[in-house]
Design a protein around this ligand. Structure first.
Ligand SMILES: C[S@@+](CC[C@H](N)C(=O)[O-])C[C@H]1O[C@@H](n2cnc3c(N)ncnc32)[C@H](O)[C@@H]1O
Length: 410
């Protein structure tokens, strides 16, 4: 008989009887998708792997603890034949043929009337890959193609805009500390689909270079001690572009809610009736010390870490930080936006009881090619910052964890 390509189709199995013969590894791999499809799954098998048994115990499938018997496939819409007895498999597929039940066979693809594609999902789309003809069957190749497509969709390198479902609005995306690989999969995908990107100076700036030419990139750089785009102007830009029906990404450094004014932007959008989604990001407060070999906690050294903003000095009336209490903590102190005020911060901590020998590390431009680490103590940090010309952005870590990565012990 001439060979023709398989005809791809999506089966809607909700409430429909599917019979699986054999409770081994094949069933274990295939059952979750059948359960997810809502099928009324009947497993016929004297034994089963612990995972398959757990599915039966949980009531996700009905397990008939016996070998295949003639008639098992009579009421099925679809069958998966995967017992270790090839003679039983042959009898079962003959029964499937007689009842016109599409059947997959794990031991003999040629004898099957259906093939299982390599499948994967991303954001509401199922990707299913089949080779065109039986003689080309190569499960590793189909799985590799499936992986390439699904990963491409997830990380945004394969751009497939949602023409029908994409709604205008704003995504507040936490871009991570700077390394373009440290944005989330969701953030990267939304960026790839954006019409307008309003970006901070911090965060994965390299990703902007990858955007197609039609994407409007607006620089919301809030350069410390320099030019800045007022928050209100940023809020207005978000609202305006979304109102024009654009998909807007507000690309922020780290996480939007860690000293990121994310909630202010969310409120402004809510007031304007603009839909907004928030995508968390990897905050510099943990990742930048980590990139410089400093764990913010370490067994036997620090059981807590506290993240504070150092943008106003401890004696400034606007400060909401209780520095005297922080001086009494034994754990790690992580200071963001503190380069300019570190001298007064160190003085205050020492004045309230912290040892002047407490180790301090300043990590500038963490996770980028320009990353640099400068070490000091509370006693020396003020002069070290000046002598070493440490500049923002930097994360300052205060505590014994600073020594852990270097020596293996604190
Ligand atoms: C306005 S805060 C934003 C923090 C951000 N939302 C986060 O979760 O990382 C900016 C401060 O974060 C720190 N920072 C952010 N990215 C950094 C990086 N790559 N290297 C060092 N410090 C960084 C610096 O202390 C900087 O002054």
């Amino acid at each position: 008989m001439a060979e023709h390509p398989a005809y791809p189709v999506g089966l809607r199995l909700t409430g429909r009887r599917v019979v699986v013969l054999g409770g081994g590894q094949v069933a274990q791999r295939r059952l979750p998708a059948l359960i997810a499809a809502g099928a009324d799954v009947h497993l016929v098998s004297p034994g089963a792997t612990p995972s398959v048994e757990a599915m039966a115990d949980a009531g996700e499938i009905t397990w008939h603890r016996r070998p295949y018997a003639e008639g098992d496939l009579a009421a099925a819409w679809y069958a998966l034949i995967a017992t270790s007895d090839s003679e039983a498999n042959t009898r079962a597929s003959a029964e499937a043929e007689a009842h016109r039940v599409w059947c997959v066979r794990s031991d003999d693809a040629d004898a099957a009337t259906a093939w299982t594609p390599a499948t994967g999902s991303s954001e509401g789309v199922t990707v299913a890959v089949l080779t065109t003809e039986a003689r080309d069957r190569d499960p590793r190749r189909t799985a590799a193609i499936r992986d390439a497509v699904v990963e491409g969709l997830r990380d945004g390198t394969l751009v497939a805009p949602h023409h029908r479902t994409r709604t205008p609005g704003v995504a507040l995306v936490g871009g991570g500390p700077g390394d373009p690989d440290l944005i989330t999969v969701r953030g990267r995908r939304l960026l790839a689909e954006a019409d307008v990107v309003i970006a901070d100076r911090l965060g994965p700036r390299d990703l902007l270079a990858e955007l197609p030419p039609h994407v409007e990139v607006i620089d919301a750089a809030k350069i410390p001690y320099g030019r800045f785009m007022a928050q209100e102007a940023i809020n207005n830009a978000l609202v305006e572009h979304a109102r024009r029906g654009k998909s807007v990404v507000r690309l922020k450094g780290g996480d939007p809610y860690v000293f990121g004014r994310g909630m202010e932007e969310l409120h402004a959008l809510a007031e304007a009736g603009i839909p907004c989604t928030v995508v968390p990001g990897i905050s510099s407060s943990i990742s930048v010390p980590g990139a410089a070999g400093i764990p913010v906690t370490h067994r036997g050294v620090a059981h807590e870490f506290t993240v504070v903003s150092g943008h106003v000095a401890p004696d400034d009336a606007r400060s909401l930080v209780d520095w005297p209490s922080l001086a009494k903590l034994t754990g790690t102190l992580v200071v963001l936006m503190g380069v300019d005020k570190i001298g007064r911060i160190a003085e205050t901590l020492v004045a309230h009881g912290k040892s002047p020998d407490t180790p301090v590390a300043l990590v500038q431009e963490g996770t980028t090619a320009a990353q640099r680490r400068v070490d000091a103590t509370l006693a020396t940090v003020a002069e070290t910052v000046v002598a070493q010309e440490v500049k923002p952005p930097a994360v300052i870590v205060i505590g014994e964890v600073v020594g852990v990565g270097r020596n293996g012990t604190a």
